[in-house]
Design a protein. Structure first.
Length: 214
């Protein structure tokens, strides 16, 4: 217990760092995922192609490689930002591909006849998506989106290897201070458990209120 009590400020800083990464990257992933899902079901071929390329490339690229590309590649093109923002970009873009597929799967559960009926009434694609398709798709995408955001919280641990303050990176400082590696990781695991269970609780509430009855 003394590992936690003696270094509570260090753990708290790492915990808050992981929460910030998860929240900001999660918001970015949700926005990009929604946009790319809209592209993937759009009637415009170039937009569908862009959405397909985005998902295919990011889903098949190791996250660590993406971190290297963002943190080391973008500064070569003159884009210099704090490492934490680079980490948010890498995590958000990577996760957006999975959010996109979750939303697209939800859209595909809506009967095509409803979209055709909306178009026959003169509604545009955007209006059909906003008023008819997405409200129904939302109910079925709650569980997969929740699982994806939980995975995002755990994936944020990679950021610690790139000089970003987050929970897992605290073990380096604790090891230098001579604390037990095992207990250091036990409390780190507890921190991640708190974060993932909190996300799970939020999505369980959403699913109980809006989810599709099984």
């Amino acid at each position: 217990m003394n590992v936690l009590t003696d270094n509570f400020a260090l753990y708290a800083k790492g915990f808050l760092g992981t929460v910030e990464l998860t929240v900001y990257a999660g918001l970015l992933a949700m926005v990009l995922g929604f946009v790319m899902a809209s592209f993937r079901v759009a009637p415009v071929a170039p937009l569908r192609a862009l959405g397909t390329v985005w998902v295919t490339v990011l889903r098949n690229t190791p996250l660590t490689l993406l971190f290297f590309a963002v943190l080391l590649g973008l500064p070569r093109f003159g884009l210099v930002l704090p490492f934490q923002l680079f980490a948010v970009l890498a995590l958000g873009c990577y996760t957006s591909a999975f959010i996109c597929e979750a939303i697209r799967s939800g859209i595909n559960t809506v009967p095509t006849g409803q979209g055709e009926a909306a178009r026959s009434l003169g509604m545009t694609f955007a209006q059909t998506l906003r008023a008819i398709v997405l409200p129904q798709a939302f109910r079925s995408v709650i569980p997969p989106v929740g699982s994806t955001l939980i995975a995002l919280a755990k994936n944020s641990a990679i950021a610690g290897s790139f000089s970003v303050t987050e929970l897992l990176s605290t073990y380096k400082s604790l090891g230098e201070l001579g604390y037990s590696v095992i207990w250091s990781f036990v409390w780190i695991a507890v921190g991640y458990l708190v974060i993932t269970l909190s996300i799970s609780a939020v999505f369980n509430v959403l699913e109980s209120r809006y989810g599709v009855a099984r």
